[in-house]
Write a protein that binds this ligand. Structure first.
Ligand SMILES: [Ca+2]
Length: 75
């Protein structure tokens, strides 16, 4: 494979239940210090309740209806 690109991807983190309280979609608490992008989470427009990684691997909250790839946890 000669092209391995980093792209936006959902990571399964959301604050849809309580604004500003981010949890994993399996209900577990966030136990790490999030590597937020500068100024994030912003809840821009009051409608950014899902978190994705940006190209530089920092995290950003954004509208849950955006179309991105996703990241899976390997168990
Ligand atoms: Ca944001």
């Amino acid at each position: 494979m000669d092209d391995c690109k980093v792209f936006d991807a959902w990571i399964g983190l959301t604050d849809v239940e309580y604004e500003g309280v981010f949890k994993w979609t399996n209900g577990s608490e966030l136990s790490v210090l999030p590597p937020w992008a500068g100024g994030m989470p912003s809840n821009s427009g009051g409608n950014e309740h899902c978190v994705h990684t940006a190209a530089t691997l920092v995290w950003n909250d954004i509208d849950c209806n955006e179309l991105f790839g996703y990241t899976c946890e390997y168990l």
